[in-house]
Design a protein around this ligand. Structure first.
Ligand SMILES: Nc1ncnc2c1ncn2[C@@H]1O[C@H](COP(=O)(O)OP(=O)(O)OP(=O)(O)O)[C@@H](O)[C@H]1O
Ligand SMILES: [Mg+2]
Length: 284
């Protein structure tokens, strides 16, 4: 194999080939994935949609090495993830994969910075490196001024942004997000969408996969996939998404940070005004 070809192979994303997952509960069999075949490229934000029970979480769990398929292959960096031993899978999960769940991603007793840095305590990076990495990641998710906040002092959307930063701490190639905006209001959801785009802007070699019911998320997708009956029923690239849905929302990380500053200033102003009003009322 030539050098160039090797390079290309290495840069290739995830190739999924004829994947089946059959869950067995006593006599009952559920076919969650039925020969699913597709590719997820590096540098792409892939959004996978489909109705409840169509196999979205199952697919992420298999890609993330949290479960093994009944048959078929998941190829990443020339290796079959599905053929790895338990020990190899553990290493794969710890080095290659970051996972963001719908909720309960953070440790309530640790502040934002500590939550982000936690995965790094398991590795041998120095304290200095860890702190740099925490700062970098809190910036990527637009939360540079929340490092000391405890999870219950953060909004749901901010908690989820910390969770994204934490999932990226060990610099995984693959970021898997299962319904990351499921519990959020519209504004927080848009923030998360913005942050997910920003992750690829900052780290263009990563593979970001988002599974969701929420059709709003197609606005940030480079590739959109639909799962039906355990298979990809169709896929669209960016141009086709815009053509079909007319979505052309541009996301801009600078804007997130700017709006964040705006809200902070606004809040301070609000307190000042309230303070003044209270004094005013007392004087009367
Ligand atoms: N551990 C399990 N044991 C048995 N059946 C399971 C298991 N996990 C999932 N299933 C079944 O497999 C199918 C796919 O489940 P999966 O969780 O992947 O769906 P989903 O697309 O993520 O749904 P949702 O949008 O509701 O999260 C469902 O019919 C589900 O009941
Ligand atoms: Mg699910």
């Amino acid at each position: 194999m030539g050098e160039n070809h090797m390079q290309k192979e290495k840069l290739r994303g995830i190739v999924i080939d004829d994947l089946f997952k059959i869950y067995k509960r006593g006599k009952i069999e559920v076919v969650a994935l039925r020969g699913l075949t597709c590719e997820f490229d590096r540098g792409n934000l892939s959004v996978i949609m489909g109705p409840s029970g169509c196999g979205k979480t199952t697919l992420l769990n298999l890609i993330g090495g949290l479960d093994i398929p009944s048959s078929g292959r998941i190829i990443f960096e020339n290796e079959n993830v599905s053929g790895k031993s338990e020990k190899e899978l553990e290493i794969y999960r710890k080095t290659k994969v970051g996972y963001v769940f719908q909720f309960m991603n953070l440790i309530p007793e640790l502040n934002a910075a500590e939550n982000v840095g936690l995965p790094l305590l398991l590795t041998n990076v120095s304290k200095r490196e860890r702190e740099n990495r925490i700062n970098e990641l809190l910036n990527v998710v637009g939360l540079f001024n929340r490092e000391k906040h405890m999870p219950d002092e953060l909004s749901g959307g901010e908690q989820q942004r910390v969770a994204i930063a934490a999932a990226l701490a060990h610099n995984p190639d693959i970021l898997l997000c299962d319904e990351p905006t499921g519990e959020l209001d519209t504004e927080s959801k848009y923030h998360i969408m913005d942050v997910l785009r920003n992750v690829l802007k900052k780290y263009p070699q990563k593979i970001v996969l988002v599974v969701t019911h929420d059709s709003d998320l197609r606005k940030i997708a480079d590739k959109l996939y639909f799962i039906k009956d355990g298979e990809i029923s169709f896929e669209l690239n960016r141009e086709e998404i815009i053509e079909k849905y007319g979505d052309s929302v541009e996301f801009n990380a600078e804007e997130t940070i700017a709006s964040e500053r705006f809200f902070k200033d606004y809040k301070e102003l609000e307190y000042l005004i309230r303070d003044k009003l209270e004094k005013f009322a007392k004087e009367k």
